[in-house]
Design a protein around this ligand. Structure first.
Ligand code: FES
Length: 117
C-alpha cells in the first residue's frame, strides 16, 4: 500500500519536557505561525492552542487552567482547551485555533503544518 501525502502532513517537534509545564498551568512556545500555549491539566493532559483569546487576543498562557478549560486573564472568558471555543455565555463568539500535540516518554511533541507537494 502506498501512502499518499495529504495537505496536512504533521511534522512533530520536541518542544520540551512535560515537567516543564506547571501542573494546571501553561508554557508558551514560539513558532513560525505564532506563539502557541501548551496547557497541562491536573490529569496530566496536554493541549495546544494559539496564545490568543478569541475575544480581544488576551494571552491565554497567562490564564487559569481548571478542568479542561482556561479562563482568560483579561476579561474572564472561559475557553475549552479541546476546541479553542468559548463556553457558557460567550459560546459561539469565536474560536482560538488548536494545534496537534502529544506526549511521548515525558516529552511534549507539537505538530505544525508543513507544505507537501
Ligand atoms: S481578551 Fe480574553 S476575555 Fe477578553
Amino acid at each position: 500500500m502506498t501512502v499518499q501525502p495529504t495537505a496536512f502532513d504533521p511534522d512533530w517537534r520536541d518542544v520540551g519536557a512535560l515537567a516543564d509545564i506547571p501542573l494546571r498551568g501553561a508554557r508558551r512556545v514560539a513558532t513560525v505561525l505564532g506563539d502557541i500555549a501548551l496547557f497541562r491539566t491536573g490529569d496530566d493532559e496536554v493541549y495546544a492552542l494559539f496564545d490568543r483569546c478569541p475575544h480581544k487576543a488576551g494571552p491565554l498562557s497567562q490564564g487559569i487552567v481548571h478542568g479542561r478549560a482556561v479562563t482568560c486573564p483579561l476579561h474572564a472568558w472561559v475557553i475549552d482547551l479541546r476546541t479553542g471555543e468559548p463556553t457558557g455565555a460567550d459560546a459561539g463568539k469565536g474560536c482560538t485555533p488548536t494545534a496537534p500535540v502529544r506526549v511521548d516518554g515525558g516529552r511534549v511533541l507539537l505538530a505544525l503544518p508543513v507544505a507537501t507537494a
